[in-house]
Design a binder for this molecule. Structure first.
Ligand SMILES: CC(C)(COP(=O)(O)OP(=O)(O)OC[C@H]1O[C@@H](n2cnc3c(N)ncnc32)[C@H](O)[C@@H]1OP(=O)(O)O)[C@@H](O)C(=O)NCCC(=O)NCCS
Length: 183
């Protein structure tokens, strides 16, 4: 797998299809939200593409992670809405973590989340994010929480944000906990 910034012209139509297929309808980001995130928060839109070792044609999209910056250290319904992105914010909200269905349950999702938090955002290498992000927050279903904890996130607790039909947990990883987790 290689990790690249989303190229809106080349990648976005496929990503919109994957998002629609993989998320329940009441949770999937709209096409407009994905467009906004890919263009306005491009450095935080990481796409994983297949290399020859992966079970996909080289260059095919395996999955992606995207996020936008928040005005404060708090995940609110307002900060999660499609057009929210505050340039210079020090907290990043992750909106989508997605792997193509036929490639799931092989460890790709865990690799994506780890790469995104530990290297793409906090290490800012290889064309990744370069801003001063200090923490990354996300909402996940209770059943998916262990997946993020294994990637170094910490459970904050149940979120007050309502999004779709289910309840959500909030998880966070800070620059410091990511560094400790690496060492
Ligand atoms: C969530 C998602 C990104 C996970 O992607 P993935 O590639 O399947 O992730 P992984 O393979 O790393 O881990 C998924 C599970 O497979 C297990 N797994 C990993 N490698 C495995 C293998 N070789 N064989 C069997 N199981 C394996 C992991 O232990 C994990 O178990 P868990 O569900 O109990 O946590 C993917 O299911 C997805 O795109 N879902 C739709 C979008 C979504 O809901 N995103 C998350 C929003 S919170």
């Amino acid at each position: 797998m290689i990790f690249t910034r989303c190229d809106p012209e080349r990648d976005l139509e496929t990503i919109k299809e994957i998002e629609r297929r993989e998320y329940p309808a009441d949770e999937a980001a709209s096409d407009a939200a994905l467009e906004f995130r890919a263009r306005e928060a491009n450095e935080f839109f990481m796409v994983a593409k297949a290399t020859t070792e992966d079970d996909a044609a080289p260059g095919d999209i395996i999955g992606y992670v995207c996020g936008t910056l928040l005005p404060s250290d708090e995940l609110t319904a307002e900060s999660m809405r499609p057009g929210a992105h505050v340039v210079g914010g020090s907290t990043l909200a992750i909106h989508s973590v997605c792997v193509r269905r036929h490639l799931q349950r092989r460890g790709h999702g865990s690799t994506l989340v780890r790469e995104y938090a530990h290297n793409w955002v906090f290490n800012a290498h290889g064309g990744g994010a370069t801003s001063g992000v200090r923490s990354i927050r996300l909402l996940c279903k209770p059943a998916r929480t262990a997946f993020y904890l294994r990637a170094g996130f910490v459970l904050v607790g149940p979120s007050r944000v309502v999004h779709g039909a289910d309840a959500w947990n909030e998880c966070v990883i800070t620059e410091t906990t990511a560094r400790d987790d690496r060492s």
